[in-house]
Design a protein around this ligand. Structure first.
Ligand code: AHR
Length: 499
């Protein structure tokens, strides 16, 4: 047993947690869309006009605020016109980046908007800069958002939606330093200015235009892109990608590899601080003023080696307690930086990379990462408050010698008199007794939810889909300071009534 102290400073608000920090990303890749979301209206798998009912029900429980689609790399080779109109007339195209699968285009704009509405999420469309044109992207905006009688708006009505889709979030390309066109920052800056010039608010829907940011924490991309565009009036969000990768495989890792991956996932905190500081250098903010360009972590998560027996380009991977701790500790970082991060979309929703959901024919399971999102949803929209943690460190063998990291990660937020404190105990085999100190507040009971497994490799399978699930118990604590023991390798959320 180790000792720690967690101070929740209720009198030190950071900022309101943008619910979009709990966003998702779904790409036409492997079985994320086809099988994962779309089975078609004639499928024996229960569906709502072709969209899996079990997946809709499961995602709804997460309160997903936003879903980014159709890619990823797929976006810069996607032509939205291929995905509208009668299904039998849509072209069959080749998915260039993801195993040359045949893309039926049966899941297109209307189907995606329907999916978003069924789960209660805002749609975020990522446009094609790499192989598309400003005309193609401005037409997609008109098709989605224009309420007048233009040919494109009337085509949308003929295809089933007289009402505009009112899509607010638009990505101007994806990874344009790589699969999105291999641009240098200056050339992408030129393209960004050209494309964004033609993307207008239509019929009263204000557009939130998102530029492609760096691969990881690359200051050079950001400085050169920001210097090039000069005029920041047509940029609202700036999107970095951060994949922490792997250590070992998805399900087989040593205790040292457990820590190596968790440690690497924590580096997104440096990315947030440094990228935010660079952006602020171009768009200074006065004290108390809102930042004009929002920092987005557009894609993030673990990326394990290909799973034997699966197509290596389909990026299917299992999801264990280690992925759950990566998710929880990353969400804690986003919460703690609620003043700096406006949106974050984990990659990806179903059957790809760090998924919420895995499907196999008619079967579906929710992953440990799903349970973290469900447990953490109380933070969405809450006021993030400063926390300080005195915790012992754990030492482990890193790639280049011994490394150490704190045993606990924490974030806290409140909505009126409901305080949510989330705590990750990274220590693989050490329980930690922490004194919880609610500075300026007193607890009056509540409840606690804990996600843990008998083993650090714990995960759900189709044979045993409920092996890893959170347990809920009453929290019979009162007063300003009280002890709580955090189980090894666990995620805990304390829901505390203040009073
Ligand atoms: O999420 C898988 C891929 O990772 C995306 O298509 C791409 O944007 C990133 O490289």
């Amino acid at each position: 047993m180790a000792d720690a102290r967690i101070v929740v400073r209720l009198d030190e608000p950071i900022a309101q947690i943008n619910p979009n920090i709990y966003g998702h990303f779904a790409e036409h890749l492997g079985t994320c869309i086809y099988d994962g979301v779309w089975v078609g209206p004639d499928s024996p798998i229960p569906n709502i006009d072709g969209i899996r009912r079990d997946v809709v029900e499961a995602l709804k429980r997460l309160n997903p605020p936003v879903i980014r689609w159709p890619g990823g790399c797929f976006a810069d080779d996607y032509h939205w016109q291929d995905g509208i109109g009668p299904h039998e007339e849509r072209p069959r195209t080749v998915n260039l980046w993801w195993g040359e699968s045949i893309e039926s285009n049966h899941f297109g704009t209307h189907e995606f908007i329907r999916f978003c509405r069924l789960v209660g999420a805002a749609p975020y469309l990522c446009g094609n800069v790499g192989s598309g044109s400003p005309r193609e992207l401005r037409d997609w905006v008109e098709y989605c958002n224009f309420s007048g009688e233009s040919t494109l708006a009337m085509t949308r009505a003929a295809n089933g939606s007289a009402e505009p889709f009112d899509v607010c979030y638009w990505g101007v390309g994806n990874e344009n330093w790589g699969c999105g066109g291999r641009f240098c920052p200056e050339d992408y800056g030129t393209e960004y200015k050209r494309f964004s010039t033609f993307l207008h608010d239509m019929s009263g829907t204000p557009l939130y235009l998102i530029a492609c940011g760096p691969n990881g924490n690359n200051p050079d991309w950001t400085r050169r892109f920001m210097s090039k565009i000069g005029d920041y009036s047509r940029i609202h969000g700036y999107a970095a990608h951060y994949y922490c990768g792997t250590a070992g495989t998805a399900t087989e890792y040593t205790v040292d590899q457990w820590y190596q991956l968790l440690q690497r996932s924590r580096k997104v905190e440096t990315l947030i601080a440094q990228q935010r500081a660079i952006l602020d250098g171009y768009q200074p903010v006065g004290v108390g003023a809102r930042r004009r360009i929002g920092l987005i972590i557009d894609e993030w998560g673990t990326w394990h080696p290909p799973t034997p027996g699966r197509h290596p380009k389909h990026l299917w991977q299992q999801n264990t307690m280690r992925d759950a701790l990566v998710a929880a500790s990353t969400l804690d970082i986003f919460n703690r930086h609620a003043d700096k991060v406006v949106m974050a979309n984990i990659a990806q929703t179903i059957n790809v990379l760090q998924a919420m959901i895995l499907t196999d024919g008619a079967d579906m399971l929710t992953t440990p990462t799903y349970h973290v999102y469900e447990m953490y949803k109380a933070h969405q929209g809450g006021m993030s408050v400063r926390t300080t943690v005195d915790t012992p460190n754990v030492t482990f063998a890193g790639a280049e010698g011994d490394e150490s990291m704190p045993m606990l990660a924490v974030s806290a937020s409140h909505k009126e008199d409901l305080l949510t404190v989330s705590v990750v105990n990274y220590a693989a085999d050490t329980p930690i007794e922490a004194a919880i100190d609610l500075r300026q507040g007193r607890a009056r009971g509540g409840h606690v939810r804990v996600l843990r497994a008998a083993d650090i490799h714990g995960h759900n399978t189709f044979e045993s889909p409920h092996a890893v699930e959170p347990a809920t118990a009453p929290l019979d604590r009162s007063g300003e300071m009280w002890p709580f023991t955090f189980a090894p390798a666990s995620v805990t959320v304390l829901h505390i009534h203040l009073g």
